[in-house]
Design a protein around this ligand. Structure first.
Ligand SMILES: Cc1cc2nc3c(=O)[nH]c(=O)nc-3n(C[C@H](O)[C@H](O)[C@H](O)COP(=O)(O)OP(=O)(O)OC[C@H]3O[C@@H](n4cnc5c(N)ncnc54)[C@H](O)[C@@H]3O)c2cc1C
Length: 302
């Protein structure tokens, strides 16, 4: 089912139909803040009132021209400005394929550098999401370079990749902020653990490494067992609650979100917005096919 949903996420016809269907858009509202920046800023303001911060993600991956890449960069510049103007505790998450990585590494770097410079100026932060393993080396190279120049840039490490421990150690040495997640793409066994137990074990090992040696690490998961283990390990090592944050996706496991915020843990929600929401939405369904039932129930109700 997961593989089917992930391959449907790349189907162009279905994508076009879904992204222009008002009904499908309403169903996606559980996971996506809205089509516009104003809607995303409104969500960030609302969750901030509950003690939760945000990272805003303008949806859209794999642009096909440098003009589109520049347009993505401009949306993100406006997003950083909107966050600052609204006095919000929020930052941004970007994907390099949206900034032109498939077309020109150099142009992509120049686009991200403009954003990093603006984030540095505003005292904000740019998180570079990690895409499939084809991009891992290029992503780390770019992040390390821009971090050295601007500071306001960090990235993501996926616990399912076999290489991740080495990458975490290097990023800790370079003092680059890391978000640890399990990983969301289909990867071959030559590069990734496939058994959930192995991925979870690696997540816990990397979590400990990051709490011991990382700079303000972020743990991005809805896995209650891992979240509890992170809380336990931080307590055992005397690491204060301000020394790290949990991150979760907007609309997912709101019960855990409420508990963490109520108990004084730092929590940041990944808040996606924009018209190109279909691939993101399908990845969320693929992670939890039970969400399909939720979707079908809603479809039947309309
Ligand atoms: C803030 C954030 C940023 C991320 N950034 C990246 C990135 O840059 N690159 C990348 O590859 N991946 C990224 N991911 C996705 C991540 O890799 C996983 O695919 C995703 O978080 C699901 O894994 P999990 O850790 O929640 O654990 P799982 O083992 O998948 O799930 C644990 C439990 O969480 C709940 N759950 C998980 N997913 C869902 C869902 N869709 N709907 C309902 N319940 C759910 C269920 O209760 C499930 O039992 C990010 C995730 C988060 C939270």
């Amino acid at each position: 089912m997961r593989t089917l949903l992930l391959s449907l996420s790349r189907n162009k016809r279905l994508r076009k139909w879904m992204e222009t269907s008002p009904l499908a858009r309403r169903l996606a509202a559980r996971f996506v803040a809205g089509n516009t920046l104003a809607e995303a800023l409104a969500v960030a303001r609302r969750i901030q009132a509950d003690g939760i911060s945000a990272t805003l993600d303008h949806l859209g991956e794999n642009v096909t021209s440098l003009a589109e890449a520049a347009a993505s960069r401009d949306v993100y510049l406006q997003t950083l400005d909107g966050i600052a103007a609204g006095g919000l505790k929020a930052n941004v998450s970007i994907k390099l394929t949206q900034f032109g990585m498939d077309l020109s590494e150099e142009a992509c770097r120049a686009n991200v550098e403009q954003l990093a410079a603006r984030a540095e100026q505003l005292g904000s932060f740019v998180r570079v999401d990690m895409e499939s393993s084809d991009y891992t080396d290029r992503t780390l190279r770019l992040v390390e370079e821009l971090h050295a120049r601007h500071g306001a840039v960090g990235t993501v490490i996926q616990a399912y990749l076999l290489r991740s421990k080495k990458d975490v150690e290097r990023l800790c040495d370079l003092k680059v902020r890391v978000r640890l997640c399990k990983g969301a793409y289909l990867e071959p066994p030559s590069v990734a653990f496939h058994k959930k137990a192995a991925v979870d074990r690696n997540f816990v090992e990397l979590m400990r490494l990051l709490l011991d040696r990382g700079v303000y690490p972020a743990f991005a998961t809805h896995d209650e067992r891992i979240i509890r283990e992170t809380e336990r390990y931080a307590r055992e090592r005397g690491i204060p609650r301000e020394g790290f944050e949990f991150q979760m996706l907007y609309g997912i496991r709101r019960d855990i979100q409420r508990r963490l915020a109520a108990e004084g843990y730092r929590l940041r929600l990944y808040v996606p917005f924009g018209r190109a929401w279909y691939p993101y939405f399908m990845r969320r369904l693929a992670e939890r096919p039970a969400n399909l039932l939720f979707l079908l129930r809603n479809l039947l109700r309309h």
